[in-house]
Design a protein around this ligand. Structure first.
Ligand code: PAF
Length: 286
């Protein structure tokens, strides 16, 4: 049975009870509009030994900038709950905005270096919103494993850094990207794509697949690898925010010739901003 709760105290009590009885708690933080990518996180949590899975659904206003899509972000709590029931998630935590940010709230959790490039350049303040809400979720959940998708590669690294720096009793786990059969990385924002935009959006995963294949054949030149993505995405997207080859640990430029790296991309198709990445040498197939 999946319990639904709206108050942090209920989440805290449920997690404490599980731990008192010797059980392991997993947290899957989401903004709802659940898709197979989110569900793969809950499934992984169970397979990796969680006795109790809490999944949070909260469209966090702090992480949306002016002019971004907070207003049109999909809110689908009923179908999210149904999906959680089918999967055996134990508790869905869906707080109201006032419960997370009551009157007088004035604290921000900020990771510095890792948040500066890439998404940080294009969405100033975004990660401060993410780390603030995730810190609150971690505080309520307590000792746990917390699952994040690697589609938001930079977010995963930032949250991991925050947990380490603040010595939180949370093991941050990053799980592989889940894709549609044709390669499109799953995202709650995909539902905004029209049929023709969706077709164009495939340029992103096609570009990453070219990089995957080139890498497999021994290509190590950073400029050559990023050019492969640009060649696919420039004609199919409306705007590219970045195509960048970075160190998977520090997110600093990976150098001219690389032996490890993550190729990250953010591009707009119509009104929808999409991100994707390929962790070279780790991701089997984009
Ligand atoms: O990845 C997301 O859905 C959000 O950024 C998160 C981690 C749930 C924080 O609001």
């Amino acid at each position: 049975m999946t319990e639904l709760c709206h108050e942090g105290a209920a989440l805290r009590e449920a997690c404490e009870r599980v731990r008192r009885e010797g059980g392991r708690v997993a947290l899957v933080p989401t903004m709802g509009a659940l898709h197979a990518g989110h569900l793969s996180l809950a499934r992984a949590a169970r397979e990796q030994g969680a006795d109790f899975i809490a999944l949070s659904v909260f469209v966090n206003p702090l992480q949306f900038g002016e002019g971004e899509d907070l207003g049109r972000y999909p809110r689908t709590l009923e179908s999210d709950l149904e999906a959680c029931r089918e999967l055996g998630v134990d508790l869905v935590f869906a707080p109201a905005r006032e419960a997370m940010y009551p009157d007088g709230f004035q604290t921000e959790v900020r990771v510095t270096g890792l948040t500066q490039p890439l998404e940080g350049e294009h969405r100033p303040g975004h990660f401060d919103g993410v780390t603030t809400v995730v810190a609150k979720l971690f505080a309520k959940t307590g000792r746990c494993h917390a699952y994040f998708g690697r589609k938001d590669f930079q977010q995963w690294r930032v949250v991991e850094r925050m947990a380490r720096d603040l010595e939180l009793p949370v093991e941050v786990v990053g799980m592989p990207i889940v894709r549609e059969a044709d390669g499109l990385a799953l995202s709650s924002r995909n539902r905004h794509l029209s049929e023709s935009e969706r077709e164009r959006a495939l340029g992103i995963s096609r570009g990453l697949r070219r990089v995957h294949d080139a890498w497999a054949s021994g290509a190590r030149d950073a400029a050559q690898l990023t050019a492969l993505v640009r060649r696919e995405v420039e004609p199919t997207s409306d705007k590219i925010d970045y195509v960048a080859l970075r160190s998977p640990e520090t997110l600093e430029p990976a150098g001219d010739t690389i032996d490890a790296g993550v190729l990250l991309i953010a591009a707009h198709v119509g009104q929808t901003r999409l991100i994707d990445n390929l962790w070279l040498g780790v991701d089997a197939r984009p």
